[in-house]
Design a protein around this ligand. Structure first.
Ligand code: UDP
Length: 454
């Protein structure tokens, strides 16, 4: 599938032969035809593999609802009306018949969500050459809760046998196995005795900017499975979490654990992803940052990197994180004298949270937050996991590979311990709750559901 003119069309001299991904020049007509044929074949294979399950699921639909299929009217290629079928009812496996839409050529494997006829008003922005499909990078990111900062109109290359699209399918499979989507997302939830906030990255940023401008000092914290394991054994840390202003869920482990309770996190709001967005907001709102923590020179290197990215960002000061109790008052004086609106503290969990809580009243910054190894990442001292690793929820494995001696206990012992604790926690909660929310279907979330539609 190179850039040669398969469709027999003549090229104009000097024309750019490399079509943009998803564009429909005459040159790539043949390529698109081959791509569609591959997708049809993928539908046949998927249906053949799922056939035994499909027969059982069809019988279940008939028995429970009196019909086999639900029909969803959508717009296909060039806004042609199409019908997408799913098995009736909400049980797992209802999306197996989507393979039929691949086989008849109504949908591609890779492509943006097909629009509902009512959506098309005001949505003339779509590239008519891009055909609707079942999977897209944007929808995967929305699914795994790291959707922020991703443009809806990012180009999509629809050829299935491209390494990045095969990787996308693999990531979907992992995301499906990890569950999520379609479950309720309460504003707050309890996990192992800690109350967590369940807001999106945008909401959290908005709140953070408001706090930074306020007179009172607000504490923002992030918790991952290791933090919750520590909170069980460390009463001081548990106490600090109980009166922090916001406790945000960080990472895939928390998402899996909420799944045990039949609920879901809205977004993975972790300090490392939030930092550049916070810097951007700080620059826009003329708020200054103080970076405290990590080894000598690391916080200042992270500050330089952020100033390079956001030239109007004001860094009020930086200081390393290896000082003794006798230097504490001097460090606090320095932070306050800098006039910083936001203080980021990177001492690791739970030291940073306990330190911030102890000195909260002495600090003048409007917003203070514990950020762990953040400065190590942004200074370039430790490379962060690539995006695709984060999308499949394997950032922890990346960190384990980088620092096995320091991290093995946290992840190799900590992760299973956390999951077993969270499972027992959910079981105890279920025992005191009469009804249980329904689990999502095999293919996850209701793209084609008609709920709330006109
Ligand atoms: N650190 C520090 N002072 C200390 C102990 C640790 O500044 O007394 C720094 C350390 O250099 C590293 C960060 O705290 O930059 C902790 O990183 P880690 O990856 O352990 O944090 P996590 O995000 O995993 O809590």
């Amino acid at each position: 599938m190179g850039d040669s003119g398969i469709g027999g069309s003549k090229e104009r001299p000097g024309s750019d032969r490399r079509a943009a991904p998803g564009s429909s020049s005459a040159l790539d007509c043949g390529e698109v035809g081959v791509g569609r044929a591959v997708d049809r074949l993928a539908g046949v294979v998927a249906l053949a593999v799922a056939a035994p399950l499909a027969i059982a699921r069809a019988a279940m639909a008939e028995r429970e609802t009196g019909r086999v299929f639900d029909e969803h009217r959508r717009l296909g290629r060039a806004e042609r009306p199409i019908v997408i079928r799913s098995f009736a009812g909400t049980a797992r496996g209802r999306r197996i018949p989507y393979a039929l839409s691949l086989i008849v050529g109504d949908l591609r494997v890779i492509g943006p969500r097909p629009l509902h006829p009512a959506d098309v008003i005001g949505r003339r922005d779509r590239d008519p050459a891009v055909e609707p499909g079942l999977l897209s990078p944007q929808r995967l990111r929305a699914r795994t809760g790291i959707a922020y900062g991703v443009a809806e109109d990012e180009p999509i290359d629809q050829a299935l046998f491209r390494p990045r699209n095969l990787a996308l399918v693999a990531r979907y499979v992992v995301a499906e196995l990890l569950g999520g989507g379609g479950r309720p997302t309460p504003e707050r939830f309890d996990l192992l005795g800690v109350e967590l906030d369940n807001s999106t990255m945008d909401e959290t940023l908005h709140w953070a900017v408001q706090q930074a401008q306020a007179a009172r000092t607000a504490v923002l914290t992030f918790v991952n499975p290791d933090c919750l394991n520590q909170a069980i054994d460390n009463a001081a840390y548990r106490d600090v979490l109980s009166h922090a202003d916001r406790v945000m869920p960080d990472g895939i482990g928390i998402k899996v654990a909420t799944g045990f309770q039949g609920i879901d996190v809205r977004e993975n709001v972790n300090g490392t992803d939030m930092f550049p967005l916070l810097c951007e907001q700080a620059a826009e709102n003329d708020l200054s940052l103080f970076l405290l923590g990590a080894r000598d020179g690391v916080a200042s290197a992270a500050a330089s990197e952020m100033q390079r990215r956001y030239p109007t960002l004001r860094i009020a000061g930086t200081h390393h994180g290896y000082f003794g109790p006798t230097d504490e008052a001097e460090v606090i004086d320095r932070i306050n004298a800098s006039g910083a609106d936001i203080l980021l503290v990177a001492f690791g969990v739970p030291l940073q949270e306990i330190w911030l809580d102890r000195h909260r009243d002495a600090l003048r910054a409007g917003l203070v937050l514990g950020v762990g190894g953040l400065f190590d990442f942004y200074s370039g001292r430790i490379p962060r996991a690539p995006r695709w690793v984060r999308e499949v929820g394997m950032e922890w494995a990346w960190r384990l590979a980088q620092e096995p001696r320091r991290m093995w206990r946290r992840y190799v012992i900590g992760n299973p311990l956390f999951l077993s604790r969270a499972w027992r926690d959910a079981r105890n909660k279920r025992a005191t709750r009469p009804t249980r929310p329904e689990r999502p279907g095999l293919l996850g979330y209701g793209y084609y559901g008609d709920e709330g539609r006109p």
